[in-house]
Design a protein around this ligand. Structure first.
Ligand code: CA2
Length: 144
């Protein structure tokens, strides 16, 4: 299972706890490491503030997919969800099974967060479950 996190998610647990909770990205990584170990799947967990890094990592997931070794890609593209044709094209171009994830319920927030470039190419979308969504997403993707 590959888990990618986009811009500003390195701030998780340090700012805006009312929206995003108090867990840090390292806390989430630790939880997912444990869940994956229990299921005998390996975890790749990354965060970047740079769109190109995320494109490169989607391509990497695509190579693992082509080798038949990728259960799925869990992707919280953060603000790039609402802006990035490059990330859409990367997912489309690799054919990876995508689970789009958002910590908050984006539909209960500003109108600009209601549109996602990724949802049309996602196999599933998890949104509004808080950071618990990551663990639930791993449970699902491990069975894909
Ligand atoms: O709800 C989500 O997971 C989002 O993908 C988070 C993005 C936001 O732009 C999306 O609309 C929804 C923002 C990530 C920034 O995370 C922060 C965490 C703590 C403090 C400040 C920002």
């Amino acid at each position: 299972v590959h888990v990618l996190n986009g811009p500003n998610l390195n701030l998780l647990g340090r700012r805006e706890p009312a929206i995003y909770g108090t867990a840090t990205l390292d806390d989430i990584r630790a939880t997912l490491e444990q869940r994956c170990a229990e299921r005998g799947v390996s975890l790749v967990f990354r965060q970047s503030n740079h769109e190109g890094d995320l494109v490169d990592w989607i391509h990497e997931a695509g190579r693992v997919h082509a080798e038949g070794r990728l259960a799925g890609l869990i992707f919280n593209a953060a603000a790039y969800t609402h802006t990035s044709v490059a990330l859409l094209d990367a997912v489309k171009g690799t054919g990876v099974a995508l689970l789009e994830l958002h910590i908050s319920n984006v539909f209960a927030r500003e109108a600009f967060r209601h549109h996602s470039y990724l949802s049309p190419v996602a196999r599933a979308v998890v949104c509004g479950l808080g950071v618990q969504g990551y663990a639930l997403a791993v449970e699902a993707v491990a069975q894909w």
